[in-house]
Write a protein that binds this ligand. Sequence first.
Ligand code: GDP
Length: 447
Amino acid sequence: MFGTLSDRLSGILSGLTRRGSLTEEDVNAALREVRRALLEADVALEVVRSFTDKVRERAVGAEVLKSITPGQQVIKIVNDVLIETLGGEGESINFDAVPPVPVLMVGLQGSGKTTSTAKIAKRLTERHKKKVLMASLDTRRPAAMEQLAILGQQVGVQTLPIVAGQSAVQIARRAVEAARLGGYDVVMLDTAGRVTLDDTLMAEVAEVKAATNPHEVLLVADALTGQDAVNTARAFDARVGLTGIVLTRMDGDSRGGAALSMRAVTGKPIKLVGIGEKVDELDEFHPSRVANRILGMGDIVSLVEKAAQTIDATQAQATAQRMAKGQFDLSDMRAQLQQMEKMGGIGGVMGMLPGMKQAQSQLANAGVGDTMFKRMIAAIDSMTPAERKNPDLLKNSRKKRIAAGSGTSAEQINKLLKMHRGMADAMKMMSKQKGGMLGKLGSMFGL
Ligand code: GDP
């Protein structure tokens, strides 16, 4: 699923994170590649255009490029726009109505309509404890009716007994009536498909819809047909009105054009996806999970989100100002440690800051794990204000006192001091580089 598209996009975007700073032209160049990748994935042109426009506007318009992690910020923006394009929150099938709730399944022949009907019925029965009745309205193909009956047996769902000679509308009415009398919660109507869109098919579907007033009208479309699936959805929606899409054969679709264009072009949500031939190979469609699957950058996205939530801007600004002056004492370090702890440890905040890589490896070399943060903070808390300001005061007797007071050892205090020296040196070095990380830190905090 999405394999090819995912490879392309993650290749383009990880290129952005390898660089410390980005210009508008870097972003535009990356977006040109994104555009090409989306077009090759058979995403509708209008969707590609609005996608890249939105990303460009947010990436270049905001303070993103000046931030200390521009590549990651751009990835987060691409991720957000991708989720919006896929439909935002995601919607599932709605059964909130007086039972029996009619669900109309429509689509072209071979799209996977009958299989999907059975898959949905199975899911409703097993997961939602609904009593479901299925009926095939395909009067022209007795084999289709047989197929639904066989699937019904397989998944343990009742099908309406076949009565020869009835029209689709007659069968639909009989199904709804049988569901009402039998105390069913849901009645699924599997309409006939045609190889191509034609007026007879549309007229029949419209007639069945008028006769049964379904709560959901789900179009089943084959993802492998790309833009044809989107056009089919548009045609069905114009003629009969849809409430959602079931996109099948996503298991074989490495491009993703139909999935990405469907919502944006038709305005209808993809509610479920078929991911195989077996009756339980059906998934809900969650735009954020799908975006994560496509970009494969979930870690970066959640880091950027977490940073936005946890970084205390006022404190960060104060620290940045002090660091810019070459002042980085143990109180500043304590603030950093606490921030890191909140952000999920060393891999968290330090991994986000390109300039912190050095300190990060120093931490790792010193064998400092995330569980050490609390102890280090406790050690700093056991120091006097004068000691925090001037770590040179910390001779052996003071170290012993602090170790005893914080439940650590003199050796751990030494490690802490070594780490502080490393960080302070790194800060000093960076503050000398004009426009280096500190300059960026400053601009990030509006200095
Ligand atoms: P209908 O004519 O629209 O009712 O289509 P069917 O339900 O008979 O499905 C046609 C073929 O597609 C069958 O062989 C199904 O097993 C297969 N199929 C349906 N959904 C999926 C899916 O999500 N993935 C894969 N790989 N095959 C599917």
